[in-house]
Design a protein around this ligand. Structure first.
Ligand code: HEC
Length: 169
């Protein structure tokens, strides 16, 4: 009996580190976070307010909507830069589709990407205070793509706290 107990204990103790590893690897907070930045898709973002729509020409042919959380919206409305910590901007994108009911109307087709910028001046000091994430079907894209984000935003809109989109009139 004692031998059996010791044996059982040995098996359990051997397994624990593996079980912990598996649990950590499948933690949704890490599996769904962007490389480099660790940014995730913010819950409830589909209910956020519109900052501005945008359209992308061929070859992407996309309709887009930039939306923001309350912190971002307050900063926009106050016209204050830089954006405060906690501001989040999300760019939703869809394939452009002709309306089946009305030929001249363009409507959203399938969703393509969700892109996120999160402001945390200290955590993301090396990239203008912004953390970036690009997601396809809810999963973050690879590290190489995440290396392009800040460079483009920095080159063109550094003077506007690295943000392209202005509040639509
Ligand atoms: C080659 C240039 C370029 C690159 C690279 C780029 N962006 Fe942008 N981004 C833009 C432009 C232009 C806009 C303005 C909206 C539009 O036209 O789609 C924008 C807008 C955004 C917005 C809305 C806030 C704003 O600045 O207007 C987010 C969020 C965003 N991009 C995230 C990302 C992420 C995440 C990456 C990297 C995976 C990335 N971007 C890479 C050009 C770029």
């Amino acid at each position: 009996m004692i031998v059996l107990t010791v044996l059982l204990l040995a098996v359990v103790l051997t397994c624990v580190p593996y079980l912990v590893t598996i649990a950590l690897a499948e933690d949704p907070a890490t599996a769904d976070a962007s490389p480099i930045y660790g940014v995730t898709i913010p819950p409830g973002y589909k209910q956020w307010e519109l900052i501005a729509p945008a359209e992308e020409a061929a070859p992407l042919d996309e309709l887009r909507a930039v939306i923001g959380n309350q912190t971002a919206l307050d900063a926009y409305q106050a016209g204050k830069l830089p954006f405060p910590d906690g501001a989040i901007l999300v760019k939703r994108a869809w394939k452009r589709k002709q309306s089946p009911e009305f030929a001249s109307a363009t409507i959203p087709g399938e969703a393509t990407t969700v892109q996120v910028m999160v402001k945390d001046a200290r955590k993301y000091a090396a990239t203008g205070g912004w953390g970036f994430g690009r997601f396809v079907n809810g999963k973050p894209v690879d590290e190489a793509q995440h290396r392009t984000c800040f460079a483009c935003h920095e080159a063109r809109v550094k003077s506007r706290d690295y943000v392209f989109t202005k509040l639509a009139p």
